[in-house]
Design a protein. Structure first.
Length: 171
């Protein structure tokens, strides 16, 4: 059961990372450059690292669990956002290096290696987040997370994603 929960959280993180990676490459195969990244807003909380309130709603976290996870998730979000930026920057450099049919194999290999390392680092961070969340959950919450995964819940990021939090009432 522990493995299934870890797989669930991993899928959530990897799907979110994959969505960002695909978005960074959007248009690359169509002769278009990816959108300019300077000044872009950071990814929403559900991309990369889950928001503690989202987890709280989906898994009925206690206040103590939220208090334990929030600083960790906020810190991890900064790390993941930096890695996503690194990945996007590397992609931009690759696009610039191969513009108009130019090809320098050594440079392409170097940039591809940078992208691969960023993907590796993202995977490590996602696994770190999965493990931390899993270790905070009660057996009942782990079962609930497993059931959500087993039933193929489709949230904003696709299969296996946690449901979005309900809208907050205006105060």
């Amino acid at each position: 059961m522990r493995t299934r929960i870890a797989i669930l959280i991993g899928i959530v993180a990897l799907v979110a990372g994959g969505v960002v990676f695909v978005a960074a490459q959007d248009g690359a195969g169509q002769g278009q450059r990816p959108p300019h990244r300077e000044g872009m807003q950071p990814p929403p909380p559900h991309i990369g690292v889950p928001d503690v309130e989202h987890l709280a709603q989906a898994l009925s976290l206690t206040d103590a669990q939220k208090a334990e996870l929030k600083p960790f998730l906020d810190s991890e979000r900064e790390t993941v956002d930096a890695l996503l930026k690194k990945l996007g920057d590397s992609h931009q450099q690759l696009e610039a290096a191969t513009k108009d049919g130019h090809f320098d194999e050594a440079l392409v290999r170097t940039l591809a290696g940078q992208q691969a390392q960023a993907q590796i680092d993202l995977t490590v961070e996602h696994e770190r987040v999965k493990a931390r969340i899993y270790n905070v959950l009660t057996p009942e919450q782990r079962t609930k997370a497993e059931q959500m995964h087993r039933h193929g819940h489709h949230g904003p990021g696709g299969p296996g994603m946690l449901p979005p939090p309900p809208p907050r009432p205006d105060n």
